[in-house]
Design a binder for this molecule. Sequence first.
Ligand code: PLP
Length: 331
Amino acid sequence: MLSQFARVSLGHFPTPLEHLPRLSEHLGGPQVWVKRDDCTGLATGGNKTRKLEFSMADALEQGADTIVTVGAVQSNHVRQTAAAACKLGLACEVLLEHRVVDPSEPYANSGNVFLDRIFGANLREYPGGTDFDVAIDAVAREIKARGGKPYIIPGGASNTIGALGYVNCAIELLEQAEELGLRIDHLVTATGSAGTQAGLIVGLRAMGSDMPLLGIGVNAAQDAQEDKVYKLACETADFIGKPGIVAREDVIANCNYVGAGYGIPTEGMNEAILMLARLEGLLFDPVYSGKGLAGMIDLIRNSHFDAADNIVFLHTGGSAALFAYTDQLVT
Ligand SMILES: *Cc1c(COP(=O)(O)O)cnc(C)c1O
């Protein structure tokens, strides 16, 4: 379905689909499985690797020599983009947004931003709330003025090209479920810049699957998040030549687990990270997958799912960010 789109190889695919028997037993409800997109292999892994396989291929086709992208100080997207640029021999210019006010010393210097520096990305820092359309444009003009060829990847690589990575993930997951003889009743993922959820829903519907997909928000309120995902899903469906396959009611985001704001720890996130670590030996992250898990766990406890259901949680990665929270997570 995606063979007409250029793609470079950046990760290890397919990622494993694993049962979590100890977590399932502990929660006493449905069987929980995890799709291990934390194991994509690029610079500690994560969901941006799939998107970047398509974004970076487009950059190479356009003859770019410099990637320009944007993210929060602890952005997993920026870390994976910086690594991908190295692998492909491209320069990387990063606009870092100080979205978290009064950051702690590890938040400002460890975790993802430390890895960005190892990959030699050129980091430019901006205050929270900056108009990044304007700021990115200025950086692109500067690169052109010095004779370079910039290629802009939006935050989270969440445009139609990037979302192809998650169309692809949905296809991969359906194939794995068929091989295992596994009936998946619900797919759950953290949702932020929307490309993951949008790509997944397009991939599922394009394959004729009516599997319900639940996004757990980490940032915006429900209406804004669902609108953003639906808009990108419609554009992505058009882009792959299958307009109209996603209905508005296919796009569901539960935004009750954001807490005080993006990147700010919650008790549920803290509990979820310790639970998965101590029951299953798995690492999640404080900003995205940890809050996504907190939502899924709370919904299981409140009998939102049937006890006979099989739930797949998409592990979108991000454990590098744990090191930015050494003084905030309570162990
Ligand atoms: C970016 C990210 C997400 C959210 O994906 P979007 O496509 O931005 O919605 C979830 N988890 C992790 C670890 C991420 O880095």
